[in-house]
Ligand binder design. Structure first.
Ligand code: NAD
Length: 497
């Protein structure tokens, strides 16, 4: 069985802790690989490599950094098929979806290639007589990233390309369920010319995470994952003096007004609820249908759901793959059964689904629940699977009150033809990312990604300008080059004359 190692100081390093975790192929249910779990000492070795690399990388020229990043961009693009196949093999998502994930990660490498523009700083001349002020941004040192299972390549790429472009060095702890893509990204980084130690990967579980959170040489931590862990990472990391951005879970609502194009809304609901088997933090999990919209919309979603092709991710005919683990599959199924018991109407029940010839896979069909109410578990919890709930409301005001009462505030969408209603919604809704007739409004790389409320802990969204700010700290330099006549004693507070 293949063993996935760590990547420290520019090369693969075998795990020595003796602890390993299983890596499954979700389409077959078979364990195909194992991944080494790092001990405290192994995390320390990665941090030491990153610290050593920072001594030169931190002061390297922008020209040097960008030439490496441009090469990296080309290499990742050239290996996109291989990366996508790795993602599908460990995560299960279909190949086209995996390719899309790599493409969205490439966007951030492209942003990083333009880092000189972002680090230009600001200059004010003659703020006082012969006095100039420059505001510059400098790197932090060693920074770390901890990433979830659902985007094995994209979420790591939300972090390290920008961090290293800003002059930091990086320690990545990918999800132990899908470690392969991160290792491949590190290998390509070395090939592109990242100096040894600039990007390190340590695999592992809570032991590795906790060491990252307490390590005195780590200045900042980026985290993406579930809300309880995000909260823990933020609390612990900041208590240890680190800068932390911790992106959490979600329960994304899609509001459909009576004047919406219902075919577009139904297509969007299907794509956003069931794409990647619902295992996306920007998945739509609740449709809020206003007035008479619910019945025709549900009919249209139901018809489309019946036509979906579910199967192995490497089969080009498949539109949706399996779930990540058996345990997760069973948990998702329990919400469908629980919703029925709590009074929801199960319009489509995907719980008995399997794929012929792949009976061991973590399969679930898609489910559609109607008459869901805010008290039901299916509404209250992040299910993170192919389950779409419909909540019926009478008015826009009722809808916005429902949505804003949610503890999460990641993404949301409105479907309407009414520009005034859409404008009101974008100002009133309490979420970090809003789509107008766009169901999964993941911002492009040069804007920033982040939710509100329990979907993000910290002050910075990820990538875009917020990402540059997170990975740098500001310094303001006040300079005077005096004339011989400028001397003299003055104990007053300096004023601008
Ligand atoms: P998770 O929180 O279980 O794991 C994320 C990371 O934290 C992994 O690297 C894992 O090893 C580590 N971890 C898990 N338990 C830990 C513990 N007790 N102590 C320390 N570290 C621990 O999340 P997941 O199941 O891998 O990913 C799915 C979740 O991520 C969903 O909630 C989803 O909404 C969220 N997510 C959010 C975003 C976003 O941008 N907001 C993006 C993708 C995924």
């Amino acid at each position: 069985m293949q063993t996935i190692s760590h990547w420290i100081g520019g090369k693969p390093v075998e795990g020595v802790s003796g602890n390993f975790g299983p890596v499954f192929n979700p389409a077959t249910g078979a364990q195909e690989k194992q991944v080494a779990f790092a001990s405290v000492e192994e995390v320390d070795a990665a941090v030491a490599a990153a610290k050593e690399a920072f001594a030169t990388w931190g002061t390297s020229s922008l020209a040097k950094r960008t030439s490496v990043l441009f090469r990296y961009r080309e290499l990742v693009a050239a290996h996109r098929e291989e990366l996508a196949r790795l993602i599908t093999a460990e995560h299960g998502k279909v190949h086209s979806d995996a390719l899309g994930e790599v493409a969205r990660g490439l966007e951030i490498i492209e942003l990083a290639c333009g880092i000189p523009e972002k680090l230009k700083g600001e200059l004010s001349t003659q703020v006082s007589t012969r006095v100039d002020v420059a505001a510059i941004r400098q790197s932090l040192g060693v920074v770390a990233g901890i990433t979830p299972f659902n985007f094995p390549a994209m979420v790591p790429m939300w972090m390290f390309p920008l961090a290293v472009a800003c002059g930091n060095t990086f320690v990545l702890k990918p999800s132990e369920k899908v470690p392969g893509a991160a290792l491949k990204l590190a290998e390509l980084a070395a090939e592109a010319g990242f100096p040894d130690g600039v990007l390190n990967v340590v695999n592992g579980d809570k032991v590795a995470v906790d060491r990252i959170l307490e390590h005195p040489d780590i200045a900042a931590v980026s985290f993406v994952g579930s809300t309880p862990i995000a909260k823990y990472i933020h609390t612990t990391g900041t208590a240890n003096g680190k800068r932390v951005q911790a992106l959490g879970g979600a329960k994304n609502h899609m509001l459909v007004l009576p004047d919406a194009d219902l075919d577009l809304a139904a297509d969007s609901a299907i794509n956003a609820a069931y794409g990647s088997a619902g295992e996306r933090c920007m998945a739509i999990s609740v449709v809020v249908a206003v007035g008479e919209t619910a019945d025709p919309l549900i009919e249209k979603i139901k018809a489309r759901a019946a036509a979906l092709r579910i199967g192995p991710g490497d089969d080009p005919a498949s539109e949706m793959g399996p779930l990540i683990t058996k345990v997760h599959r069973d948990k998702v199924a329990s919400y469908v059964q629980g919703a029925a018991a709590q009074g929801a109407h199960v319009v489509v029940d995907g719980t008995g689904f399997t794929v012929e010839g792949f009976e061991g896979g973590h399969w679930l069909g898609v489910s559609l629940l109607d008459n869901v109410t805010p008290e039901m578990d299916a509404y209250r919890d992040e299910i993170f699977g192919p389950v779409l709930s419909v909540v019926r409301v009478a008015t826009y005001d009722e809808a916005i009150a429902l949505m804003n009462a949610s503890p999460w505030g990641n993404g949301t969408a409105i479907f309407t033809r009414d520009g005034g209603a859409a404008r009101r919604f974008q100002l009133e809704v309490e979420a970090g990312m809003v789509g107008v007739n766009v169901p999964i409004p993941v911002p492009v790389g040069y804007h920033s990604f982040g939710g509100w409320k329990d979907s993000l802990f910290g002050d910075h969204h990820i990538y875009g300008n917020d990402g540059v700010h997170f990975y740098t700290r500001g310094k303001v330099v006040t300079t005077r080059w005096p004339d011989p006549s400028d001397g003299g004693i003055n104990l007053g507070f300096p004023s601008n004359h």
